[in-house]
Structures are given as C-alpha cells and as structure tokens.
Write a protein that binds this ligand. Structure first.
Ligand code: PEP
Ligand code: MN
Length: 344
C-alpha cells in the first residue's frame, strides 16, 4: 500500500501517518518527492485495512499496489530508477550502457588487454567473473580473491566501472569491496539468503533472471533486495530454457519490454548467455536495445579460442567495435545516446 500525502502536508502529519502504520503492525517507508511525500507500507502480503489511514490529516490518497512485488513496481514508484556509479556512469537514465569483458578473469595481463579493448570500443563497464558458478565441479572455478585484485587494477587503469559475480555471502562481501556492481547470477536468482545479504551491502546489484524463472519470480527476487534496504537493483534478462537446443537459451525480448512497464528498475540484456553463439550476439543485442533495454552486457575476448570459459560466445574485439557503432545508431533513433566514460 502507498499513502500519498497532500502537497501541503506538514512533517508532523507525515510522522503521524508513519506512527499509525506502525500501530497496524506494518513498516512505514516515507519517500519525499519533488511535489509531495508518499509513504510506502511494507511487511504486508495481504490487503491492508486502510480506513484509519485514509482519514488522517494530510492524506490525499491511499493506493493499493496490486502486484505481488511492491517496491519494485511502477505503481509504487512511477519514475525510472537511475543508478549512478562511482565513475559517474548512470544506468537507467537516458543513456544506454555497454558492459563488456571476458566470461572469467583469466590473469592480470589478459584482463588489462581486454579492458583496453572494451574502453577503446566505447564500453563503460568491464565484466569478468572471479567466482564462477560452473555446471561441472571440474570446470575452471575462477581466480577468486586474486581475480578481484586484477579487476581492481583494470578499473584503475582505464576508469571503467566493474561488475563481477558473487556466489555466496563470503564472496559478496569481497566483491562489494572492489566492484561497482555485484552480479547475482541466474543460478542464484532465488538464493534468498544471498539476496537479503546483498541487500545490506550498499552496492548496486545486478540480478540475472533464473533460467527457468517467470518474470514474476524474477521481480519478487528483486523485491528481496529492495526490502532488505537496497534500492539500487538492475535486472538482467539472459535468456530462458526451452525445448529448443538450437541456441544455448531463448532470449526473452518480450521480458525486456515488459519489465519496463512493470518496474522502475533498469533492465540490461545479456545476448551472450542467451544465445551462446557469437554470430547471434550482435543481432540480439541490437534487438534488445530496440526493445528498450537500458544497456547490454556482452562477452568479449582477445582470442576467444583460448578462453577458459564461454569462448564460442565471446565477440572478437573488432566485432565489439562494430556492434557499438550499431547500438549507437539504434539508441540514437530512440532518442538515447550511448553512455560514455566521464573525462578523467
Ligand atoms: C555470467 O554472466 O558470467 C554468468 C555466469 O551468467 P548466467 O548467470 O546468466 O548464466
Ligand atoms: Mn560466461
């Protein structure tokens, strides 16, 4: 439930409404706006009896949020959430962001090389896994803390923001120390203990859609992070499983467009894990931006045949450059520029 106060409501009236909400056994979250204050009511998954609240002085309107996810819904917050990273790059604003990098951090020289390629192509966020949730326990599991150190160096060298995955609470704490965005992978989308934990770390979180998760389950997973106190959540559509093995997953383009109507949170598309094929990455990336994605995340590698993981879907550096140009044309047609790195 959302309590909208009148434009002339006094701070005392706002406080009284918060107290009344507390007496009903719920938590009040005041959200001051440019024109007027709205007070979110959390802690309820059933309809709140609103007559006592609606009659209080200064209350303009009581809105029942009809979706099961509350704080992530556009009903709760009509304006889009814009997340500003430490290097000044914004996600969810006018500009479309490109995140790129290898599947995994493979070593210091290789990561610096790829960071240079990403920066040169015009990317603003470097991706690379230090903790890799692999399907087989015998596959490369990532460099762990050493990988994070390497990411921090690349971040400093090129001014790129960094996104990397956390797989449990311990790695989340370590990732929060160095990364601009904590990635929660598809396999952990419903790891509720981890979601609550990253909700308390004060760092932006990118939540990838689980491979068999419905849009509703995905948004409810995001709700866990917001309800733990972190509103800086980015959603990422990375393809879902289907009966058809022609591509690694099936890119749910509709979910990209749908998410924009259901939620105020930014939405990123990952055509690399969605398709698993480098030749399919550019067209699906273009389609995602056309569908309204706030950005794309793509895997790239200087020599994909040598990649420790996901080589077949890694773009060659010249493909990344070409794709950036194409995305600029498409986003431009929609009145959105491509995000650039702030001058250093
Ligand atoms: C990744 O982005 O490195 C990754 C493992 O992706 P997903 O969680 O979408 O499979
Ligand atoms: Mn990968």
């Amino acid at each position: 439930m959302l309590v909208v106060m009148t434009t002339h409501a006094t701070p005392e009236q706002v406080a009284d409404v918060c107290t009344a909400i507390g007496h009903l056994g719920f938590e009040a979250r005041p959200m001051p706006g440019g024109q007027r204050t709205a007070i979110g009511v959390v802690g309820n998954d059933r309809r709140v009896e609103d007559s006592t609240i609606a009659g209080l002085p200064g209350v303009a309107e009581v809105i029942h949020v009809s979706s099961p996810y509350k704080q992530v819904s556009r009903e709760w917050k009509p304006e889009s959430t814009v997340i500003t990273l430490d290097n000044g790059v914004q996600i969810g604003g006018d500009a479309v962001v490109v995140m790129a990098g290898p599947c995994a951090v493979e070593g210091p020289e290789k990561l610096l090389e790829v960071a240079g390629i990403v920066a040169d192509a015009g990317g603003v966020i470097l991706r690379g896994g230090a903790y890799k949730p692999r399907t087989s326990p015998y596959s490369f599991q990532g460099l762990g803390p050493e990988g994070l150190k390497i990411l921090a160096e690349a971040r400093k060298a090129y001014g790129l923001a960094v996104i990397t995955e956390a797989i449990d609470q311990e790695s989340a704490d370590a990732v929060a120390e160095v990364a601009d965005i904590i990635q929660i992978g598809a396999r952990n989308m419903q790891n509720f203990a981890l979601l609550k934990h990253v909700g308390k770390l004060g760092r932006p979180v990118m939540l990838k859609r689980g491979m068999s998760a419905t849009v509703k389950e995905w948004l409810l997973a995001a709700e866990y992070v917001l309800s733990a106190g972190n509103e800086q959540v980015i959603l990422c559509e990375r393809g879902i499983r289907s009966f058809d093995s022609a591509t690694r997953n099936v890119m749910d383009i509709t979910a990209v467009a749908l998410a924009r109507t259901l939620t105020h949170l930014p939405i990123i598309a990952d055509p690399s894990h969605a398709t698993g094929r480098r030749d399919m990455v550019p067209p699906v990336a273009r389609a995602s931006v056309a569908a309204g994605a706030d950005g794309v995340m793509v895997e790239t590698h200087p020599r994909p045949s040598e990649a420790f993981s996901d080589g077949p879907q890694a773009l060659y550096p010249d493909q990344l450059k070409k794709l950036m140009g194409e995305l600029g044309v498409i986003s431009g047609a929609l009145g959105r520029p491509l995000a650039t790195l702030p001058k250093r």
